[in-house]
Every structure is written in structure tokens, then in C-alpha cells.
Ligand binder design. Sequence first.
Ligand code: SF4
Ligand SMILES: [Zn+2]
Length: 123
Amino acid sequence: MASKSDRDYAKEDIVVHWRPELCQHCENCITGLPEVFKLKARPWVNLYGADRDTIAKQINQCPKNEEGKSALSYTMIGADEEERCTSCQRPVSVCGELGNFEGYAGTIENQCSDCISDRAMEE
Ligand code: SF4
Ligand SMILES: [Zn+2]
């Protein structure tokens, strides 16, 4: 559900989506990348404090709720040519090498290591 306090912050190659009602106040963002996430600044997200991939990696540390949604998320711009994890859809430059997951239900191709370990835990 979109809410009135939701914000999108954009620069040339990334859009960061902020859904404050989902924030769990873990402080991963402000301690992990203080050049970008500054609680007291307005706007509190400064996308020029780091490059796209650094910002994306930090946002991946924003905890997800039971529906898999997190307060911070992002959309890459101009990364369409890049190969992506078939599960989380992150480009290889962010999620690292892709591999295949061999599970009970068969093989799932081109998964990042995060998604492979998530699946391994589920089985
Ligand atoms: S990492 Fe996500 S949940 Fe944690 S404080 Fe930042 S926005 Fe909130
Ligand atoms: Zn993945």
C-alpha cells in the first residue's frame, strides 16, 4: 500500500524508494552508509554521497517484513543490459556471481548467492 509519506529519490542511474511505515529502526542504513543516509538532513537521503552500487548494497541490508518488503528499496536505471539474478532481480554488479541452485524440485538457474542460501534454508 502506498502511503502519503512515501518518497522516491532519484539520480541518473538509481531511484531509491522510501516507505517510512516499514522502517524497523535498525539503523543499518545510517551507520552503514552515513554519507548517503543522514537522519538530520533534509532530504535525509543524499544519493550523491556514494555510487549506485554502494547505495544498492547498503539498501540490501534494510530488513524485510514477512511480505518481503523493506522501508528502503531501489530501482536501477540503465542496468537493463546487465545479467540479473532470476530470483531477486538484482544485477550481477550488485549481487555478485550467479550460480545454479540444485533443490528437491530441480535446478533453478542463475541465482545469486544470497538467494541460493535463502533457498537452502527453506528446504
Ligand atoms: S536499514 Fe531500513 S529498517 Fe533499518 S533504519 Fe534504515 S530504513 Fe529503517
Ligand atoms: Zn538473488
